[in-house]
Write a protein that binds this ligand. Structure first.
Ligand code: NAD
Ligand code: TYD
Length: 349
């Protein structure tokens, strides 16, 4: 069936993988990628599909209400897959208001435009909100986040995402808007902006720069290969139950320091450097304020109900990821300049 689907944030890390998957898998759909091209948006992530006949890029800001209302009226989107967001915890600590604006207000503006467009003619319409496991706050040494874990966000980033999740539910309850939400763990893979742990450390190892480990490095995250997240989003969009939440995770918990050591080993091998070379770059630095100790996802619902599971092991995914960054040094060099340099100096002074 032909559909018009708006994907927001499609020039970013996860969004670009979702856009590519949808453009290539569903030639009968018209895919619109709406992105403001903030520091995190990069159209070079999508050069392979930019001329596809079922793909349109729209440069625009989700917080611009009149632009969004006009866009929805003009294009009559059947579905929205909403990924546009400010996404980096450290930036949310220095500039929380930017997170409230994009993540809360921007989401509400989209919800409102979708509601005004379809009112109560909701058949075959869907608002899919892509969210994070960080809304659940932090775990201790044991336990897993399930879909019924109470929200308990600790950072301005996770609080803004939690708030946006609540608004999506509220639009479902109040206006009957069909929606699904997914809450995913930490992603890694090609095209991730080098402010996040894995691409930052890959780039620093390549350039023999210090690897800044926050606190004692004993924080734990569950890591998922980004292509597997995109596949899960496709499944949830097409087969997920209305008004349901799906937790998506890699069944793959790592303490930061162990992950960093594995990364150092793989990098030494691939760069032909002696064993232990990259580990010498590890430098313990001041901890992140309010640093969540542990995230871990129980992904059994999406596994059992939709048959999804990760397709690669962490070692395989990490190896593919490093290979991608090593063969795309120009992509990295173009990012690591100008405004990003200023941010890096401020954050790691
Ligand atoms: P990202 O920062 O790489 O990309 C965000 C994209 O949104 C960029 O292209 C940016 O230009 C765009 N954007 C930002 N503000 C905008 C605005 N006002 N209007 C339009 N576009 C705007 O983020 P990501 O890591 O790809 O994350 C995408 C989504 O997935 C986010 O909603 C995030 O909360 C969620 N998520 C991320 C992870 C992760 O590990 N990265 C895990 C779970 C959930
Ligand atoms: P990050 O990639 O920023 O994702 P999130 O904070 O959303 O989980 O960080 C992953 C983990 O790595 C987190 O515990 C913070 C830690 N970290 C460092 O130790 N040093 C760094 O320079 C960065 C960016 C992160």
């Amino acid at each position: 069936m032909s559909k018009k689907i708006l994907i927001t944030g499609g020039a970013g890390f996860i969004g670009s993988h979702v856009v590519r998957l949808f453009v290539n898998t569903y030639p009968e759909y018209q895919i619109y990628n709406l992105d403001a091209l903030t520091y995190a948006g990069n159209l070079e992530n999508l050069t392979d599909i930019e001329n596809a006949s079922n793909y349109t890029f729209l440069k625009g800001d989700i917080t611009d209400e009149s632009y969004i209302n006009d866009l929805f009226e003009k294009n009559q989107f059947d579905g929205v897959i909403h990924l546009a967001a400010e996404s980096h915890v450290d930036r949310s600590i220095t500039d929380p208001l930017a997170f409230a604006k994009t993540n809360i207000l921007g989401t509400m503006i989209l919800l409102n435009a979708f509601k005004n467009l379809w009112q109560d003619q909701w058949q075959d319409k869907l608002f899919y909100h892509v969210s994070t496991d960080e809304v659940y706050g932090t775990l201790g040494e044991t336990g897993l986040f399930t879909e019924t874990t109470s929200y308990d966000p600790n950072s301005p980033y996770s609080a803004s995402k939690a708030s946006s999740d609540h608004f999506v539910r509220a639009y479902g309850e109040t206006y009957g808007m069909p929606y699904v939400i997914s809450n995913c763990s930490n992603n890694y893979g090609a095209n991730q902006f080098p402010e996040k742990l894995i691409p930052l450390f890959i780039n620093n190892i390549i350039n023999n720069k210090a690897l800044p480990v926050y606190g004692d490095g004993k924080y734990t995250r569950d890591w998922l290969y980004v292509v597997d997240h995109a596949i899960a989003i496709d499944l949830v969009f097409h087969k997920g139950e209305n008004e349901e939440t799906y937790n998506i995770g890699g069944f793959n918990e790592w303490q930061n320091i162990d992950l960093i050591k594995l990364l150092c080993v793989q990098m030494d091998e691939k760069l032909g450097r002696g064993k232990g070379t990259s580990e010498q770059l590890i430098t313990y630095v001041k901890d992140r304020p309010g640093h969540d100790l542990r995230y871990a996802i129980d992904a059994s619902k999406i596994n059992q109900e939709l048959g999804w599971k990760p397709s690669v092991t962490f070692e395989q995914g990490l190896s593919k990821t490093i290979d991608w960054y090593l063969s795309n040094t120009v992509w990295m060099e173009r990012i690591v300049s100008g405004a990003y340099e200023d941010y890096y100096k401020k954050q790691y002074k």
